[in-house]
Each structure stands twice: as C-alpha cells, then as structure tokens.
Write a protein that binds this ligand. Structure first.
Ligand SMILES: Nc1ncnc2c1ncn2[C@@H]1O[C@H](COP(=O)(O)O)[C@@H](OP(=O)(O)O)[C@H]1O
Ligand SMILES: [Mg+2]
Length: 316
C-alpha cells in the first residue's frame, strides 16, 4: 500500500540526486559535454539504485540507465558497469515498481547556464485495473524546485533556496519547508503557449499551431506560441507552474521520461494523456511511450480535436 512516505521518499530521492548533479557540474565543468553527460547520468543512477535498494528492498526498479543497452557507459573515473534494472519478468509481476529517469534533459545539463533539466522518481503500483502511478517527484535542481505528489492525492511545490538546507530532507529544528499546494493554472483566453522539444520539435506541432490559429477551426482561432524547452520533466513542470499552457510531444519517448511528471501533473489537476486521448500506461514490457499531451483540463478537448485534425502529420 502506498502511504505518505512514498511521496516524501520520491521527493527526497529526486532532490538528493539533483544536488549530486549540481556537484557533478561543479566538479567536471562544461569543457567536455560527453564526459559531463555520462557522469551525470551514471552517478545519479547509481545513487537512486542504491537508495531504493536500501529504503525499499523488494520493490522493482526501471531506470533509463539500468537497461542492458547502456551497460558500456562509464562515469568519469568509473570502473564498473551501471547497476542493472530489475529483470523484466520480475518487474512485470512486481506489485511496486519505481520508474526513474536519473537525468532528464541530459543535453541541457551539459550546457552551462541552462536550468531545464530534471530528476524523475515515480512509483507505480499494481491494482485490479492494470496498475497506476501512485507517487512522483520531479526535481529541477538548477531552478531550486521540486514538484511532488502528496498523500491527499494532490501535488505540492517545494522551493529549495540555494545554499540552504533542503526542506524536503532537512531534519527537526532546521528551516521549515517552503512548500505550497500546486494547481495547474488555466490559460488566458485566446492564447496558448505550447512547450516543445528544443532539439527535436515535432513537425506536427507546427501544423497543430496553424490549425488552432484558423478562425474557422473548432478552437475559433487561438494565438499559439511554441516555446522550446529541454527535458520532458522541465516542460511538464513549466505547464504546472504556469510558464506555458501545454506540452505536446510525439515521435518517441520512454516511460521514465514521463512517469514522474505525469504523476505530479495529475495530482496538480492537469490533463495528462496520449495524444489520442488514451490514458498513459506504465510498467509495460516495452517501455516505449512515444507521445504525450499535458495541459489544463479546459484546453484538453480543443487540443485533442486539433491533434486529430492534423493526425496525418503525426510521426509513426
Ligand atoms: N524522438 C524521441 N525518441 C526517444 N526519446 C526522445 C525523443 N524525443 C525526446 N526524447 C526523450 O525525452 C526527453 C526530453 O527530450 P526533449 O528535451 O528533446 O524534449 C529526453 O530524455 P533524456 O534527456 O533523459 O535522454 C529525450 O531523450
Ligand atoms: Mg529522459
């Protein structure tokens, strides 16, 4: 059974991995992006694998960096292969599975000054209906923020001031948590800021923007601005923080890219689904989950209908 501790644990681990990643940036610098990316990916992965093994022995783990295909990756000064994920057969029969992306927005992490990268920690639990996400946290270390689910079914925003104790992990007597409830804000009428990948914005989103802007379309003509941001977690956080109004993606992604941000988004009252409106499903044998729509519920019907109108342009 999930209890409040799982929400707190997700936030604690995402925040701690995030601080570790800030230290990796300080230690390695930005001269060699490949070394910085690989070291960040692997150190955050090893931290999360060890912490989950210690704190939740018996739970399964699916991490981007624990796949057999990344067995050859090495951190700076690292001399062993990454800790492997729970075997697929065991994961598919487990009651609880942590789905983690130790460093989402790896490219942005390696670019000096960029703040759009994240750590994702989500918990999936089996239920009578195929299972569901029950807890999640997205740390945005360079922004000093963690977005997390809470035990009431809602979500919260935790502000971590640089140089001060992390309110998520701080013990008794330390600064009080600066934590506020998180509710997805509604967009301004007639306008829609849509977050897209910085490096591979899907062409169909441009067509969607044109379709929504048409006066004769069901949307009645909306002024759409495409906003390039790195990291799925940072983009979904931007929706929840009111910096943009939607995130639309298709053409490729994996469960770890969206599990934690989707859990927080649903807790914050957002719409989160596949681009055809189907529910997002996690802990599948094949972890590919190639498309996603996150927005305020008031925009969902318009966006889904607009996506349907340009579905011929959707990537395979
Ligand atoms: N077409 C695609 N195929 C596979 N993964 C993709 C993808 N587009 C985006 N992603 C993944 O989704 C995350 C966000 O991407 P983007 O910043 O371009 O929006 C990145 O995760 P990682 O940084 O963890 O690799 C990226 O690898
Ligand atoms: Mg990712």
């Amino acid at each position: 059974m999930t209890d409040g501790d799982d929400h707190a644990l997700a936030a604690e681990l995402a925040g701690a991995a995030g601080r570790l990643l800030l230290d990796v940036r300080d230690e390695i610098g930005f001269a060699d992006a490949r070394v910085l990316k690989d070291t960040g990916d692997l150190r955050a992965h090893e931290y999360l694998m060890a912490a989950l093994a210690e704190r939740c022995p018996g739970d399964a783990v699916l991490s981007e960096e624990g796949r057999s295909s990344v067995a050859g990756k090495r951190a700076k000064d690292g001399d062993r292969a990454p800790t492997r994920n729970t075997a697929t057969a065991a994961r598919l029969t487990a009651d609880r599975v942590w789905i983690v992306d130790p460093l989402d927005g790896t490219r942005e992490f390696s670019e000096e000054g960029r703040r759009d990268w994240a750590v994702h920690v989500a918990l999936w639990e089996r239920d009578g209906n195929g299972g569901r996400l029950v807890a999640g946290a997205v740390a945005l270390p360079a922004q000093g923020l963690t977005l997390r689910t809470d035990a009431t079914g809602g979500a919260a925003l935790v502000r971590v001031e640089p140089g001060e104790p992390d309110p998520v992990t701080a013990g008794p007597g330390s600064a009080q948590p600066r934590e506020v409830p998180l509710h997805v804000p509604a967009p301004d009428a007639g306008k829609l800021r849509v977050a897209v990948s910085r490096t591979r914005p899907p062409e169909f989103v441009r067509q969607l923007a044109d379709r929504l802007a048409e006066r004769g379309s069901p949307s009645g003509g909306v002024d759409v601005e495409l906003v390039p941001i790195g990291s799925a977690g940072a983009k979904i956080s931007a929706v929840l923080l009111g910096e943009v109004d939607a995130y639309v993606h298709a053409g490729g992604q994996y469960e770890w890219d969206s599990a934690a941000p989707a859990a927080v988004a649903l807790g914050a009252g957002a719409h989160a689904s596949r681009v055809d409106g189907a529910p997002l499903k996690y802990n599948r044998e094949d972890p590919r989950l190639p498309d996603i729509l996150v927005c305020h519920p008031v925009s969902a019907a318009m966006l889904l209908s607009g996506i349907g109108d340009v579905s011929g342009a959707l990537p395979d």
